[in-house]
Design a protein around this ligand. Structure first.
Ligand code: PGA
Length: 297
């Protein structure tokens, strides 16, 4: 009920804001392409793989004529071999797991957004919790990386999520709000195409633990994320941004999670390393989309 109430309040606030800004009320019935979000499944391979692994994976994977957008994010050094190994006609986009925010210079070991694009990346994961916790990435660094990705035509997949303790102490929404505000706060007019901005809700306690969020927990957090993006930008912008769930998502729980209104697909770690499991998840996501889940909010 609280969720419903918050949604209504948010719609009213957005209508008032957009009416005051443009002098006329937004047409909520026909938000054009914004009303349907294409489901997405992205694999974060983390620091796994080899040239042989890539070749075998590409041989076992079949993604042809699919309604789900499929993205593979291998270690950056394996991007070219993956691009070469994917058979002609495979509808797979490539992405990276990180980038540096500067365009060039003395940053030993780093890759700039334009280099990653040259190597074939279309997407870039930004602010993954492993980067935040193991490599000391602050909110400020995450914001700079997100901006560098957008400026260089890489589509960001921004990761946000709360820890176990934060959830237990009732701070989940506060943490999500702070991470979103910090990372997206500098986006300004003209805003990027919202179809090219992806947010991944990845509760830290679910990543690599086998302890998946329930469909209700995921929906509650992801609806909050969409509302917050709506508050920051506009209702129609928020409706077009895709929000993925990440954290022990697998073929057994994909359908139930993907059937939730604000779940537009997944960012997967472990299950993304096994082409059979990954393809099974593509099918589940596609099935959930076809079951007529209303994604217009
Ligand atoms: P997992 O990882 O699916 O192995 O839990 C998800 C992630 O880290 O993006």
């Amino acid at each position: 009920m609280d969720d419903f109430r918050r949604k209504i309040e948010n719609i009213v606030r957005q209508v008032v804001t957009e009416t005051l800004a443009s002098g006329q009320p937004p047409d909520l019935r026909s938000s054009g392409d914004y009303s349907v979000r294409r489901m997405m499944l992205a694999a974060n391979w983390k620091m796994n793989g080899s040239v042989d692994f890539v070749r075998n994976y590409a041989m076992d994977l079949t993604v042809v004529g699919h309604d789900v957008e499929v993205v593979l994010c291998p270690p950056a050094v394996l991007l070219p071999v993956l691009a070469q190994s994917l058979a002609v006609g495979q509808q797979v986009e490539l992405g990276v797991q990180d980038l540096h925010y500067e365009s060039d210079g003395a940053y030993t070991g780093e890759h700039s957004a334009s280099m990653l694009r040259d190597a074939g990346a279309i997407y870039a994961i930004v602010g993954h919790s492993e980067r935040r916790s193991m490599f000391g990435e602050s909110d400020d660094v995450v914001r700079k990386k997100l901006m560098a990705a957008i400026v260089n035509d890489l589509r960001p997949i921004l990761c946000v999520g709360e820890s176990d303790e934060e959830r237990a102490s009732g701070s989940t929404f506060r943490v999500l709000r702070a991470q979103l505000t910090a990372a997206l706060g500098e986006l300004a007019s003209p805003l990027p195409d919202p179809g090219n901005v992806v947010v991944a809700y990845e509760p830290l306690w679910a990543i690599g633990t086998g302890q998946t969020a329930t469909a209700q927990q995921a929906q509650e957090a992801m609806s909050f994320i969409r509302d917050r993006i709506g508050e920051m930008f506009s209702w129609s912008f928020a409706q077009a941004v895709r929000i993925l769930y990440g954290g022990s998502a697998n073929p057994d729980n994909a359908f139930e999670l993907a059937s939730m209104e604000d779940v537009d697909g997944f960012l997967v770690g472990g299950a993304g390393l096994d082409p059979k499991k990954f393809m099974s998840m593509i099918d589940s996501v596609s099935h959930a989309a076809k079951e007529g889940v209303v994604r217009a909010g």
